[in-house]
Design a protein around this ligand. Structure first.
Ligand code: NAP
Length: 484
């Protein structure tokens, strides 16, 4: 049975920071793809807003260039691109001043879906929220979209939540974590809750451990000074990796509704145990002959900030008691690869001579590149010569399973923006979730700062520091290979 696609209503989408990197690289090329897919009703409009002195023609040219650079093959469709550009407006506006707000008030309609994307520094969120109200632009049905970082600790996240709550109800606030917009992440829920096969095995009776890896090959390069105030824990674990962990570990929600799903995710965060210091490995990438070290990139020769972190976590509930969740993320690693691996337990007893311990079922969920899933199963090696067992992947890669339809695997940003327009908050973080996540990470950060923990150096192009290997080795386990 094919599910119904929920139609999109006519909308006005205002992108504050419409001239910025995120808007040009992700948001507008993504919207162009949705436009080509017929998901932008005829009267809908996109309004860029920033301080730069541009007129609408200048802004359209800027976005035409951005789509040509970041929009892939789709940008060759000149007719569609022109039609799309015709929907764009631009307002010169200062979040901190009064200039431009009256113009914006005149442009944004009150009788269509209104969405305001805050693609600016979080320090401007309060100014934008306030002026949207004082200038009577936003109404009780408007939606606002906010980007990471959502605070840098519990205190700042709480303050940000309170600022937004002064002007908007929680049901109007869409906190983006683009990992949740990935096709595979949603497919993970479909596979878990749409099949009879997995859910009975999804617990400490059958799962040995779970690994979540988000590896990047890039260093912190041009944004080293910014990154140095954050580090891998704040930049990746507190949001992306914890969100993935929640989706893997949560109880089945009663239905696939925004609050039902988010209630279950929140319970997981609240059940996370504090992590022992010796179960955390922090690292910094070293220099190579061609590339600078982390400290060089960060322009901070005494930096203690981690560009890599690996940790072993436990969830204190009936389902997961005793099952380690190993998380790891880092920059300048051997491949750009994100994967969740559910490693099932060994067979209790093998009837074959073959060393059964070598054969394990592993469900691998790949987020990038090549989004897809495979389930490693053990079969007989074909041919004569007795019963020899081999492991083969049951491949659920979208391109192979879905043929031409797989080409429509939508980018995370465009999917999430369309969810905003549809008013579906399921794939967005709720305020209490974000606070609970900081509530778990804060003491870990405070702990290593108090210990003056020095990150271990690791070779660029490796899988991280040796101590990260030992974290699993001590448990008689090993990390999955990081590969494309
Ligand atoms: P950016 O390239 O520095 O763009 C910032 C935007 O804000 C520009 O359009 C700038 O335009 C506008 N702006 C700055 N001050 C303003 C003011 N007082 N009033 C109105 N507009 C103002 O930053 P970005 O990379 O696009 O990031 C935007 C937000 O997304 C940040 O919170 C960032 O942390 C988050 N984010 C970005 C990425 C990414 O890949 N880039 C990924 C995840 C999250 P004018 O200078 O013309 O005003």
């Amino acid at each position: 049975m094919v599910s119904r696609v929920i139609p999109v209503e006519t909308f006005d989408l205002v992108i504050f920071g419409g001239t910025g990197d995120l808007a040009r690289r992700k948001i507008l090329p993504g919207l162009f793809r949705r436009f080509r897919a017929g998901q932008m009703p005829a009267q809908s409009r996109i309004i860029g807003a920033a301080r730069s002195e541009l007129d609408t023609a200048g802004y359209r040219q800027m976005i035409a260039d951005a789509v040509a650079e970041f929009g892939g093959d789709e940008s060759n469709d000149k007719k569609s691109l022109q039609d799309f550009l015709d929907r764009l407006d631009y307002v010169t506006i200062d979040a901190k001043g009064e200039g431009g707000w009256a113009t914006l008030a005149g442009l944004v309609r009150q009788d269509v879906v209104q969405a305001f994307y805050f693609s600016v520094a979080p320090s401007l969120f309060g100014d934008l929220a306030e002026r949207l109200h004082t200038h009577k632009i936003a109404n009780a049905k408007s939606r606002i979209v906010v980007e990471k970082p959502f605070g840098r600790d519990l205190e700042t996240a709480r303050a940000l939540n309170q600022t937004l709550a002064t002007h908007f109800h929680e049901s109007q606030i869409y906190r983006i974590d683009h990992y949740l917009g990935k096709e595979t992440v949603q497919n993970l829920m479909a596979v878990r809750f749409g099949n009879v096969l997995f859910e009975p095995l999804w617990n400490n009776h059958y799962v040995d451990h779970i690994q979540i890896t988000v590896a990047e090959t890039v260093g912190v390069g041009g944004r080293g000074a910014y990154y140095d105030k954050s580090g891998a824990m704040r930049d990746m674990v507190q949001n992306h990796l914890m969100q993935l962990l929640c989706l893997i570990a949560m109880e089945p929600p009663s239905q696939f509704g925004a609050d039902e799903v988010r209630d279950e995710k929140l319970k997981v965060i609240r059940a996370l145990e504090p992590v022992e210091p010796h179960h955390i490995v922090r690292g910094q990438y070293d220099a190579t002959t061609d590339e600078p070290s982390y400290r060089n990139d960060a322009e901070n020769p005494r930096s203690f900030t981690e560009s890599f972190i690996a940790m072993k976590c436990h969830i204190a509930n009936w389902r997961w008691a005793g099952v380690p969740f190993y998380l790891r993320t880092g920059k300048r690693m051997k491949a750009r690869s994100s994967e969740i691996a559910v490693v099932f337990k060994d067979l209790g007893h093998s009837i074959f001579d073959d060393d059964q311990a070598r054969h394990r079922n592993i469900l691998s969920i790949r987020l990038q590149p090549n989004e897809g899933m495979d389930l490693q199963v053990t079969i007989k090696e074909p041919g004569p010569g007795g019963m020899r067992l081999i492991d083969v992947p049951l491949d659920m890669t979208f391109a192979e399973a879905l043929g031409d339809d797989a080409e429509d695997v939508t980018d995370a940003y465009e999917r999430l923006i369309m969810d905003v327009i549809r008013g579906n908050q399921t794939l967005f973080m709720r305020g209490d979730e974000v606070e609970a996540a900081w509530g778990w990470t804060d003491p870990l950060i405070v702990g290593w700062e108090a210990r003056n923990d020095v990150p271990k150096l690791y070779d660029a192009g490796s899988a991280g520091p040796e101590d990260a290997m030992m974290l699993l080795h001590r448990d008689n386990r090993k990390w999955r290979d990081i590969k494309v």
